[in-house]
Design a protein around this ligand. Structure first.
Ligand code: FES
Ligand code: FES
Length: 160
């Protein structure tokens, strides 16, 4: 099949590849960039496990073709912690509040929450619940995740 060149900046690093036009951004990140922290659950836009940030906006990378992200700045779960491995406030809050069990959904939640808190630094509980409604978790019952978002918001706003 005809392939197209694609160049993205992922977590601050340039990645170039040649891909079939139908290759998803999720597959490009996992297979061509070796960034397997972006998980694939449903592969049709329902579960949110594949969420990444593209030019500041949280997107489902299973629904976007890699070529559609040409020239974009992409942040994946691997790009959220510091280079020395220090967890982000959101990651730390998920750990502290037991916001994960099997962890399969967790990268998508953490990335979604980063994008959400960037736009809503002092969210209400209802806003948090609404923001999390696009991510599915089969294990936690969500309460720990909601507490994690509340904790992260407090930490990031200096109130925690
Ligand atoms: S794998 Fe993309 S939304 Fe489920
Ligand atoms: S922690 Fe298992 S699916 Fe969410």
């Amino acid at each position: 099949m005809h392939e197209l060149p694609v160049t993205l900046t992922v977590n601050g690093e340039r990645h170039r590849g040649t891909v079939e036009p139908r290759k998803t951004l999720a597959d490009f990140l996992r297979e061509d960039c070796a960034l397997t922290g972006t998980h694939l659950g449903c592969e049709h836009g329902v579960c949110g496990a594949c969420t990444v940030i593209v030019d500041g906006v949280a997107v489902r990378s299973c629904l976007m073709f890699a070529v559609q992200a040409e020239g974009a700045e992409v942040t994946t779960i691997e790009g959220l912690s510091a280079h020395d491995g220090t967890l982000s406030a959101v990651q730390d809050a998920f750990r502290e509040e037991h916001g994960l069990q099997c962890g399969f959904c967790t990268p998508g939640f953490v990335v979604s929450v980063h994008a959400f808190l960037a736009d809503h630094p002092v969210p209400t509980r209802n806003e948090i619940v609404e923001a999390l409604s696009g991510n599915l978790c089969r294990c936690t019952g969500y309460q720990g995740i909601i507490r994690a978002v509340e904790r992260a918001a407090k930490t990031m706003s200096g109130a925690g």
